[in-house]
Design a protein around this ligand. Structure first.
Ligand code: HEM
Ligand code: SF4
Ligand code: SF4
Length: 535
């Protein structure tokens, strides 16, 4: 299974890189699948509402109203009808790639199970909305969908009378079922919206809007396709004839021919088995989790930075349980924590300059602590210096292109685990002449926010800021996935040459740092421990 996943991963990584130069990492559609799903959902909803102004919900008049929409009203309602259809198709395609991608990148197991499990009902809701939508057209295709679906439902022992009977002869046709379909076609997307909201409840700052450029491109593409291939009805439904499978929308109704071939029992068993399998996938097999982050109250001033940076809503602020003069303290929910360490990088107590032999910070990863990192950094500093001025120390995320051991490389759970003061420490203690930060690719941080947060800390847009005195030209950032492994040594060698040309780093300050104390513990106010030094 792991080999299959790794092969898929390489495939995704390479394929996505083709889009990077075309769209840039921010606009890359494959890095924005969930966001595109939301966007398409809203397009489908708004176009659906507009269509309902002109659509006649009676079984005998529905077809005629759609002919009117695609005929006389083609330039607005007709266009809207096509947009509604093509956005629904694209939504399914985007959702299927989104599911595959989350599986391939292993973002659904262990403590990340929640988004996966809450995604499964969405999958069925999307298909049910599409099927009921085709029913409403009441053309030959709708007749085929209606008879096939009702025969399939009749295989269940729930209905006193076979519901397929409604579609046997024209005399038996009633509006009853049609009205139910109209109701379902509106109710299911509402349920889906609720589920989509729940789907994001365990992730922080979930992105539900694609970048503007990508949204405009998607809309333009949909409008163009809608003009070139306007959605049309087939011949009107005629219950006096047996419907043939013609002009299927293979994206939404692609499995329908199977319903005609295989016995209903086999299909129902398969649907049930696939659903159970989908729900169970996060535990097949369960992921071996690293221990959750741990708060040390002696070093926690209740500043809330860790809450703001945790990508998985695993930290809450609660009333203080010790005698410290602060109102709140951080509390980690071990069932949500994925041990990414981003909170450790955010904590003002994560100061490697402190003289304590065993460095303890406010919130730390037991399996990859700040103290471990400092010890490894110091060990690299103890290596003999060649005097060339080109020594590079690399902090490498275990999910990115630097996921293999190498000389001068320190592995971290996520690039966001590095507190900015660690960069200051390395340079001001002359441990290296430059630092490389090797994280995941920009569009695709394994821990969602690690790359973005690191960039913001360096740019001094987000607490904790990297001090101004740290020369940015001595920092190299490499955002690349594991399939770009070959790229990293070359980038580091180039950087090392650049450092040599720059000459040795002149330290401006060697001042040690003390454990920062907050100036206030007022809610929402954060502490900026770095501000008093070198600024
Ligand atoms: C129309 C349907 C769907 C939409 C609109 C949607 C949307 C999203 C969005 C916006 C995110 C968050 C991206 C981010 O900001 O990091 C996300 C994450 C995710 N989704 Fe979906 N999703 C859909 C269906 C599904 C389905 C069917 C599954 C699986 C059965 C699924 C599994 C996941 C997983 C595993 C994550 C990652 C959570 C994490 O990073 O821990 N999604 N989805
Ligand atoms: S960042 Fe550190 S000091 Fe601030 S609340 Fe979290 S653990 Fe406490
Ligand atoms: S390690 Fe910290 S930031 Fe990462 S999930 Fe756990 S509590 Fe959140």
């Amino acid at each position: 299974m792991n080999a299959l996943r790794a092969a898929f991963r390489r495939g995704f990584d390479r394929f996505e890189r083709v889009f990077d130069p075309l769209f840039g990492p921010d606009w890359n559609p494959l890095g924005n699948l969930g966001q595109l799903g939301w966007y398409l959902f809203w397009i489908v909803t708004l176009t659906g509402v507009y269509l309902f102004i002109f659509f006649d919900t009676g079984v005998t008049d529905a077809y005629a109203s759609l002919q009117w929409i695609s005929g006389d009203l083609w330039w607005h309602a007709g266009l809207t009808r096509s947009l509604h259809r093509y956005a629904s198709d694209l939504l399914i395609v985007v959702m299927l790639i989104h599911i595959l991608r989350e599986w391939v990148y292993d973002r659904y197991r262990g403590h990340r199970w929640f988004s996966w499990v809450t995604g499964v009902p969405i999958l069925w809701f999307v298909y049910m909305s599409g099927i009921t939508g085709y029913w409403l057209v009441w053309d030959k295709l709708a007749q085929y969908v209606a008879t096939t679906t009702t025969e399939f439902l009749d295989a269940l022992p729930f209905f006193a009378e076979p519901i397929a009977r409604n579609f046997l002869t024209p005399e038996m046709l009633s509006s009853r079922f049609f009205t139910l379909m109209v109701f379902l076609h509106i109710a299911i997307p509402l349920l889906m919206l609720l589920m989509m909201w729940i789907h994001l409840q365990r992730i922080t700052q979930a992105q539900t809007r694609p970048p503007r450029g990508l949204s405009i491109l998607t809309l333009v593409a949909l409008v163009v396709v809608s003009y070139v291939y306007p959605a049309q009805s087939q011949a009107p439904a005629d219950l006096a004839t047996v419907p043939a499978v013609i002009g299927l929308d293979w994206i939404i109704l692609g499995l329908y021919p199977l319903l005609n071939i295989l016995p209903a029992g086999v299909i129902w068993t398969s649907v049930l088995a696939i659903t159970i399998l989908m729900f169970g996938i996060p535990w097949l097999p369960p992921r071996k989790e690293n221990p959750a982050a741990v708060v040390d109250l002696d070093n926690c001033n209740g500043c809330t930075r860790c809450v703001a940076d945790c990508p998985y809503t695993a930290i809450t602020m609660v009333a203080r349980t010790d005698d410290a003069p602060f109102r709140r303290e951080a509390l980690v929910d071990p069932d949500r924590c994925v041990s990414c360490g981003i909170c450790m990088g955010a904590c003002p107590s994560s100061m490697p300059f402190r003289s304590d032999e065993n460095l303890i910070t406010g919130i730390d990863l037991p399996h990859r602590s700040l103290n471990d990192l400092r010890t490894e950094v110091n060990a690299i500093g103890a290596l003999p210096k060649d005097g060339s001025g080109g020594r590079v120390l690399t902090f490498a995320c275990e999910h990115g292109s630097g996921n293999q051991p190498a000389e001068g490389r320190i592995s971290v759970a996520c690039i966001g685990q590095i507190p900015p003061s660690m960069l200051d420490y390395v340079l001001s203690r002359d441990i290296a002449d430059g630092i490389a930060l090797a994280g995941c690719s920009e569009r695709d941080c394994q821990h969602r926010l690690g790359v973005e947060i690191t960039k913001a800390r360096i740019a001094r847009e987000r607490d904790p800021y990297l001090r101004k005195r740290v020369p940015r030209e001595r920092l190299l950032t490499v955002w690349a996935g594991p399939s770009e492994r070959g790229k990293l040594p070359g980038r580091i060698a180039e950087f090392s040459d650049k450092l040599k040309a720059m000459g040795p780093f002149e330290k401006k300050s060697k001042k040690g740092h003390k454990l920062p104390l907050p100036t206030t513990d007022a809610p929402g106010e954060t502490v900026k421990p770095n501000q008093e030094v070198g600024e």
